[in-house]
Design a protein around this ligand. Structure first.
Ligand code: AVJ
Ligand code: FE
Length: 366
C-alpha cells in the first residue's frame, strides 16, 4: 500500500515535470491570460498543497515555507493577480517541489499513508496538470502530440435510457470527493442521450446555419454574453478533425446548440445514470466519454446530506447559482481523476476548459 503509493506519487511528479520540460524559465513564469495562472504558480501551489496536507497536517510538522502559504493559496491569491505579485522564479519553484517531496517521503517513512489524504494530494497534482494544459493551450505551449482527440467512427444516434431510480454518487468504499457523497437514490424519467459527443463537423454546420445569430436558440444570459464579447464562432472547430468532438465550447454555446437541434443538455443525474447503467448491451452505452468534458444543465450544489470534507474550499464555496456541472473528463484528465461519479464545475461563459457537448432529449415512450 505505502510502496505503491510512493511509486504513484513519483510517477505523477515525473509526468508533471515532463509536461513542462520543453519550456524555458521565462515561459514558466509568464501569465498567458488573466483567467489562468503562470505555470510556475501551479507548480509551487502543487508543492504548497502537498506540504500543507502531507507534511504539516498529516505528519504534524511546520510548513517548509509558511511565508509562501498565502501566495500559493488559491483563495487568498486569485488567478487574476497571480501575474502581478512576486512569485518564486522557475528554479526556486523546482527546488520547492523537490524539497517538499523529500519531506513527504520522510513523513511516509515515519508514519505510513492515510488513504484519503494522500490520494487527495495525488489527484490534486493530476487536476492541476489539466489546468496547466488549459493555460499551455492558450499560450501555444502544449507539447508535441497534444491535444489528442480520438475521432469517432461516424455513428451517431440516440440511446434510450429507461426511467426509474438509480444510485447517484460515489460508493462508500472508494476514494471520492465530498461533492460526490452521499450516494443517494435519484429518480429520472425515461430519456434519450446521444451515443457520442457533438463533432467539429456538426458544430460548423450550426455556425454556418446561423447558430450565433438566431436569437431564439439562446438564453437571455447567453445572448447577452455573446453580444458583449462579440462571439461569432468556435475558432478551432474548423481546425480539428471533422469527426472529433468539438472542444472549448462554453455552457452558453452548448445550451444554444442543443436548442437548435430541438434537444437539450442532459441533467447531471441523467448523465450519471447513462454512464453507469449496466443493463442492455454494449450498444446501449454512451461512447467517447473522456474526450471532452460534457456540460450538463445542472447547477453545482451539494447532494442531500452534503458534508464538506476535508475543507470547504474544495467544493462548497462554489455551490449556488453560477457554476454548472461538467461530467466525464477530457483527453487532458488522468483516468485516476475521471471516474463516472466525479463532478467538475465551471462558469457558463468559460471556453478555456476542454469542454464539449453531448445532447439529451425527453423520451417519447414512457
Ligand atoms: C475540480 C477542476 C474545478 O481547478 O478549481 C484544484 C480542482 N481544487 N485545486 C479547480 C482543484 C483545488 C478544481 N476543479
Ligand atoms: Fe489547487
Amino acid at each position: 500500500m505505502v510502496q505503491s503509493f510512493v511509486a504513484a506519487l513519483e510517477e505523477v511528479r515525473a509526468r508533471t515535470l515532463a509536461l513542462v520540460g520543453h519550456l524555458d524559465d521565462a515561459e514558466l513564469e509568464r501569465q498567458v491570460d488573466p483567467i489562468m495562472s503562470p505555470l510556475a504558480w501551479d507548480l509551487a501551489h502543487i508543492a504548497a498543497y502537498e506540504d500543507l496536507w502531507l507534511v504539516h497536517r498529516f505528519a504534524g510538522e511546520e510548513l517548509l515555507h509558511p511565508e509562501l502559504a498565502a501566495r500559493y493559496d488559491a483563495f487568498e491569491t486569485p488567478r487574476a493577480v497571480r501575474g502581478d505579485i512576486e512569485l518564486l522564479d522557475a528554479p526556486a519553484t523546482r527546488e520547492y517541489l523537490a524539497a517538499v517531496r523529500r519531506r513527504t517521503l520522510a513523513a511516509i517513512d515515519a508514519r505510513g499513508t492515510d488513504p484519503v489524504t494522500h490520494e487527495m494530494v495525488l489527484r490534486h497534482e493530476l487536476q492541476h496538470t489539466e489546468t496547466m494544459r488549459q493555460a499551455m493551450r492558450l499560450g501555444g505551449q502544449l507539447p508535441p502530440g497534444e491535444p489528442s482527440f480520438a475521432p469517432g467512427d461516424g455513428r451517431g444516434g440516440w440511446i434510450a435510457i429507461p426511467g426509474g431510480s438509480f444510485g447517484m454518487g460515489a460508493a462508500d468504499d472508494v476514494f471520492s470527493y465530498d461533492n460526490e457523497r452521499p450516494r443517494h437514490a435519484v429518480g429520472v424519467a425515461p430519456f434519450a442521450i446521444a451515443r457520442r459527443p457533438v463533432t467539429n463537423a456538426t458544430w460548423l454546420r450550426f455556425t454556418e446555419g446561423g447558430g450565433y445569430q438566431r436569437r431564439e436558440w439562446w438564453s437571455d444570459e447567453g445572448w447577452a454574453w455573446k453580444e458583449d464579447y462579440d462571439i461569432t464562432h468556435r475558432p478551432d472547430a474548423a481546425d480539428g478533425h471533422p469527426e472529433a468532438p468539438v472542444c472549448h465550447v462554453s455552457w452558453f454555446e452548448a445550451d444554444a446548440f442543443a436548442r437548435s437541434c430541438g434537444a437539450r443538455l442532459p441533467t447531471e443525474a441523467e448523465w450519471e445514470k447513462a454512464a453507469t447503467w449496466t443493463q442492455g448491451t454494449r450498444e446501449d452505452r454512451p461512447e467517447g466519454i473522456g474526450q471532452v468534458w460534457e456540460w450538463t444543465s445542472t447547477r453545482f450544489e451539494g447532494y442531500p446530506g452534503f458534508v464538506p470534507h476535508p475543507y470547504p474550499e474544495y467544493s462548497e464555496v462554489f455551490f449556488g447559482e453560477r457554476y454548472r456541472v461538467l461530467r466525464g473528463g477530457s483527453w487532458a484528465t488522468h483516468p485516476r481523476v475521471a471516474t463516472p461519479t466525479f463532478r467538475n464545475w465551471d462558469l457558463p461563459e468559460r471556453r478555456q476548459i476542454f469542454a464539449g457537448v453531448r445532447l439529451a432529449r425527453d423520451s417519447k415512450e414512457s
